[in-house]
Ligand binder design. Structure first.
Ligand code: ZN
Length: 163
């Protein structure tokens, strides 16, 4: 495991990733609706295929930091058998998806080395630097609840790979 970057102790937001399979996609579609009935979310992605980091289809979003306790209770009772990752956002993507993370249900093995390779490539300029830094996205809490996201929506597709 790597050492966190110096600012990795400061939590500026929370991500939730909900993983599904072709067989459980309908369950994820329902959860996608019910979570938005109960919480204001933003920073949304829906992936019908895994990517260099995520081994399975998933959707992910941020919820408001003040909703953390209520959200963890809610998702514990409502995940309907799906694997769920809740992790802090500190600006250190690698550390956030590993050490700063909690799983509900069966944990999946994320390809964190794939994430590292992707970030290294971006740092070397081999991939377009179109990512919005996660710290900046986390700060955008005023976007919470402004959009009703549908399965398949992926605003990040316009701006390149993201976690
Ligand atoms: Zn995440």
């Amino acid at each position: 495991m790597s050492e966190p970057s110096s600012d990795a102790r400061k939590i500026i937001g929370w991500h939730c990733h909900v993983y599904f399979t072709r067989e459980t996609r309908d369950v994820a579609v329902r959860l996608n609706e019910s979570v938005q009935d109960a919480f204001r979310i933003w920073d949304y992605r829906w992936l019908d295929k895994g990517n260099p980091m995520h081994p399975a289809p998933m959707f992910r979003f941020q919820f408001l930091p003040e909703d953390l306790a209520r959200f963890v209770e809610w998702i514990t009772l409502n995940r309907d058998g799906l694997s769920v990752l809740v992790h802090a956002i500190t600006g250190d993507n690698y550390f956030d998806h590993d050490y700063n993370a909690m799983w509900l249900g069966k944990p999946l093995t994320l390809d964190l080395e794939g994430l590292r390779r992707m970030e290294d490539s971006m740092a070397r300029g081999e991939l377009p630097k179109t990512l919005v830094p996660s710290t900046q996205v986390a700060a955008g809490a005023e976007a919470a609840g402004q959009v009703r996201y549908k399965p398949g929506d992926d605003p990040h597709l316009q701006s390149g790979p993201n976690n």
